[in-house]
Design a protein around this ligand. Structure first.
Ligand SMILES: Cc1ncc(COP(=O)(O)O)c(C=O)c1O
Length: 468
């Protein structure tokens, strides 16, 4: 047996005159309700706070979020360099403004803009969708006014969208015509869209990577149906693509899929989240318009820039610059081949997980992470032919005991009563991690066979945090 020596005891730290303050800080709770009167020692506050944060979930096991949970050391350094820069101060930080401009150019190239596209960074896809939606509403209103038609009942047509579109519709007084999913139609179809559009439709919003199940909606087919509608009736309904996830996936991992971007003339604007599969740190999204005339002038404000002016379109004024700089770093660092390699491996890991989960008795795969069908996610449900002694909500709870955040949640429409479960595979969910998760899923299922879970409250009350 090897002989181990205990390490020598750490030398006692010399007492200093701040010990009393340190003890005071350690022995009482941090301020919760009343603004503190006295300052506290920075190191101690840092230590206590960082320990408190350990109670948060571990982001590496957060398979619920679509957002990046891994950043390179270089990105950390760039974020540090930019921590004091305000993105809106174009005159003070002209090089950062130039970097944002380059990002828009690179995205216009990635999304196949035919000529001069316009666009900007945002806080994320929620702000980006808000801006895309406002531009569509303004364009529609101008068209209606020019034709002497009413402008009081705008609507938008979409499938089961992320909550940001419900916010957009409510905040901007738009009727949301949401085509709910059914058991045999998880994505919107051209026929279902045509049933909903009329002359008050400001746009149709297909999603490239539906939040519920990760599948890509067929933008090209919807666009063709709207072309046909225009040929028959003269009604010209534009498309905005919510490519929150897919905008940074499809161009790299499914380059040959049918066009979904500015190659389709009807696609007037696209949003995507830089902080999801764009691999930038949290706090950056993008929205681009096909051509300058697709972004109405009266939505644009001007800030000073190198003695001249720069047009801006955003909801916030001040915003951190680091995320945009880091985004540019990622574009240059990875290039098309690097993004294809990173995301390609995520798809491969998702498919490997799906193959294993499919072997479990009663588990049915909805999306297996195939790059041509959707994002690198695995989504499954339980076949309803038998009582297995547990629900997916029980499984989510049990996995949580090992730190995994694998949400169970209901879909919408007809499927609102059925539970689904989803994992998002990102850069830091390695094959090693995947095998550990799969082992824990196996163990949890075996546990429930021995000890069936007690029936609990209905699904809607049990859904865990799911980013819908
Ligand atoms: C399809 C879709 N659109 C929009 C959003 C909102 O994006 P963000 O979190 O960047 O605001 C999400 C978030 O998951 C999404 O999945």
């Amino acid at each position: 047996m090897p002989i181990h020596r205990s390490s020598s005891p750490a030398a006692p730290s010399p007492a200093d005159n701040s010990d009393a303050a340190m003890v005071a800080l350690l022995t009482r709770p941090l301020p919760r309700d009343q603004f503190p009167v006295q300052p506290s020692q920075p190191d101690m506050v840092f230590q206590i706070l960082s320990e408190e944060l350990l109670l948060d979930g571990n982001s590496k096991q957060n398979l619920a979020t679509f957002c990046q949970t891994w950043e390179s050391p270089q990105v950390h350094q760039l974020m540090d360099l930019a921590i004091d820069k305000n993105l809106i101060d174009k005159d003070e930080y002209p090089q950062t403004a130039e970097i944002e401009r380059r990002c828009v150019n690179l995205l216009a190239d990635l999304w196949n803009a035919p000529g001069e596209a316009v666009g900007c960074s945002t806080v994320g896809s929620s702000e980006a969708s808000m801006l895309g939606g406002m531009a569509a509403k303004w364009r529609w209103r101008a068209r209606q006014q020019a034709a002497g038609k009413p402008t009081d009942r705008p609507n938008m047509v979409c499938g089961s969208v992320q909550i940001c579109w419900k916010k957009f519709a409510r905040y901007w007084d738009i009727e949301l015509r949401e085509i709910e999913m059914t058991s045999d139609r998880l994505c919107i179809t051209p026929e279902s869209v045509l049933e909903q559009v009329d002359e008050n439709t400001i746009f149709v919003v297909p999603t490239l990577g539906v939040t519920y199940h990760g599948l890509y909606e067929d933008v090209a087919a919807i666009s063709r149906a709207l072309d046909d509608l225009q040929a028959r009736t003269g009604l010209d309904v534009p498309i905005h693509v919510d490519a929150a996830s897919g905008g940074f996936l499809a161009p790299f991992t499914s380059p040959d899929r049918t066009p979904w971007d500015f190659r389709l003339e009807r696609v007037k604007s696209i949003n995507a989240s830089g902080h999801k599969f764009g691999m930038a740190p949290l706090g950056v999204g993008w929205v681009l318009w096909r051509e300058p005339q697709d972004l109405p002038d009266d939505l644009v404000f001007h800030v000073s820039y190198l003695g001249g002016d720069m047009p801006t379109f955003q909801i916030n004024f001040s915003r951190p610059a680091g995320q945009v700089i880091a985004q540019y770093y990622d574009f240059v660092r990875f290039g098309r081949a690097g993004y294809a390699a990173v995301h390609g491996s995520c798809h491969a890991i998702a498919q490997a997980c799906a193959a294993e989960i499919a072997k479990l008795d009663g588990f049915s795969i909805i999306h297996d992470g195939n790059a041509d069908r959707g994002i690198p996610a695995v989504v499954w449900t339980l076949t309803d032919d038998a009582d297995r002694g547990f629900t997916l909500y029980d499984l989510a709870d049990r996995l949580r005991m090992r730190g995994w955040q694998v949400p169970a949640y209901p879909f919408t429409g007809e499927l609102a009563g059925t539970a689904f479960q989803r994992i998002l595979v990102k850069r830091d969910f390695t094959r090693e991690m995947a095998d550990l998760l799969l082992a824990d899923i196996h163990q949890a299922v075996a546990h429930f066979q021995e000890h069936p879970a007690a029936p609990r409250q209905p699904p809607a009350e049990r859904a865990s945090y799911n980013h819908l």
